[in-house]
Design a protein. Sequence first.
Lengths: 419, 397
Amino acid sequence: MKDTLANTEKKTAYILTLPAVALVFAIILFPIFANVWISFKEVELKDIRIPEPRAKKIVKSISEDPSKIKILYKLRNSSLLQEIRDVSFQDKFPKNFEITDLDKRCDYKKYTLKCKFGNWPAKYRENFTVVFKTNDGSKINKNSLKSTKPKLNGTSDNILLNTTFTLKNFKKVLLDDEFIDLLLTTFYYTFFGTVGSIIFGILTAQMVNQKFYGRTFMRSVLLFPYVAPVVALAYTWELLLDPNSGTLNSLLINYQVIETPINLLGQKYIEINILGFDLKLRLALTTVIMFEIWRYFPLAFLFILARLQAIPKELYEAADVDGASPFQKFFKITLPQITAVISILFMIRFIWNFNKFEDVFLLTGGASGTRTLPINVYQQGFAISDIGMGSAVSIVIVVLLLLFMFFYFKLLGKRVDEN
Amino acid sequence: MKTKNLILFALISSFFLIFLVSIWKILATLQGLDIQNFNLQIIFIFGLLISFAHLRIGNKIKIFYKSIIFSFIFVVCDGYIIQKLPLWYNIGIFLVLYFFVNKINKYSFEDLKREHSTQVIFFDFLTLFGILFFSFVILFPFYMMLITSFKTQIALLVNPLDFSINFGQDLKDLFNSYFVIFKSYKFGKYILTSTIVSVGTVIITLLFAIPAAYAIARLNFFGKTFMSTSILIIYMFPAIVLVIPLYTIFSQLGLRNSIEGLLIVYTATTLPVAIYMLQGYFKSIPKELEEAAILDKLSWFGIISKIIIPLSIPAISSVALYVFMIAWNEFLFSLMFLDNPNSFTLSRAIQYLSGDAETPRQYLMAGSVIVTLPVLFIFVYFEKYLVSGLTAGSVKG
């Protein structure tokens, strides 16, 4: 009895979870495997359309004899690259129709015209005509003929499904001259964006953790950049930083801080002089990182604030009794309490920043030294239309992420052991 | 020791004053005032003088009169004599100074003698500075977005610093950009598409997630722990990796440029987090209620619809709001899957609009305001429910 109850429970559980699991499997897990598959293939954007046989039906009445009609089918293979095999054709006609001369590939039975056209090579075209007449001599209504559409079928190779594989994509990705640069850019973007947002998160959380008027309002305001749509924010920043009539440049010129406008999003390098050293700074990349920090520090802020509010007050009171300074209190009490949250945040933000596409895409489109790996996926796959290459780059992303997670957990595990 | 503290206090407070006045000056410049420099030295000297004078006078005069006197002196010297600026600017400066004097009023000679007094003062001012700085840095782009959408192209080009809006003009002229994007760029249609997609995603996600979350929270079955851990791993998985295979599959199935295609992808990407949040809440519902229901021979459908759902309305609605926000803000998949303007969502439409260099930017900003407002409205209005969910990591980004 108990066993059957457990069985029904199991069955119910599978029924309840099945739709969600199936959908996630189809849209998230299956594409990941498909990605590996595609990355070993030479596929371009134009190859992924399945070739289909097409026919355009044109009805022409014959002026001398209204009981006769000529129908022209413009047949073609939609693909410029692949052949279609065993094309079959089918079209229906009214019950009083008789065919005058039958093409030898065709067959007219039960008022249905069936043809077998055999194989069509790529770019194949043919004008196929048939002439009909009515068996009772009545007039033909052209419109009723136009309304029925011919059905065509054929088999063709789906380039994605064949089993020829190549390592070409990975060779091209990894041996590319710019690959090291691409990695470095991605790393700078991810690392500084992550560290920056965590530092700002600590500062703001520390700030909001104190009592002041309008604190709840402040908390919502701090979250605005995180919840607002990225498209709106990116274009607003672009406008703000515009070299010609952007607000920031105009302000700086107005206050005579700079003489000529700086193209913050369009200039790859800027030379700055610090203590007599000439430094070359990646300007556009820095700006993009700034945007990233601005947009994502709220997440760090929320996590850290939640942790700060859970620190027992007694710790601080005891420190006050011992005469600790605010700096000491921060470094000796607060910081050790939030390290666990920070290490989780670092991982989450690192992974998400590593895959960030929209922000850079909308701000610079990957120009002026801001091309990161996710941008490269898009550029290879859709700008150069090499789907296989795009897939290979995204596989590189996944491998790097897995490596990062592996080492990060190892490092973290060690530190936990030491403690 | 005492002189050192005194000097540090004066320095910190005058730097804070410089910051306060600078923000006001920037805002005033953006209202079209011709302010070419901050006069930092003068503000700095005034800051020092006010701090010293404040400590010297102490409590001999009432704080109210003291603030007014200091502020008034500052305004007369800085605003009228040196820069000859209009009245509203000087009222602003007066209020800034009044605020400042009230802030430094907390500190007296006795405080400065205490241990760590400079650090305490430093932290106090840092907090204040932080609050103002972050509010300014965060709100300024939003402010600019809103103001630009009300300006005309000529006004923007003539003086990019003039953020003032002429409220005297016709409402039709004021909202001109909004009228244009609705009329010529079909924004009404895009809003409709975005709404259908977002609301549709919410409904389908909830339909799939509630039973699954219930099963994970309550029932025992093989693969349960595996399922609940893999939810989070799947959630961490990058969307950019899914883009190419989904694009190829959707092209072959003819799902590109269709609302159905977007609905499928959005639902699949929001499902893991919805299940994760819901099962956490379902676990907190007392089991006894269901046990009674099982005795009453209620099926699982009955249990979910009659007991679980009514008891977890707050959790379900916050999940619904999140899913709505995620779907509404989504950009990557709409960029990949939609290239026919008839099926654009709002985000995609704005991106498409910006692709044309000729598009006046006030239209772009009007579009941005339209896409931002609903999200911010939901967020501010339901803030209490949403913040706890954000801490659970519900919005990926």
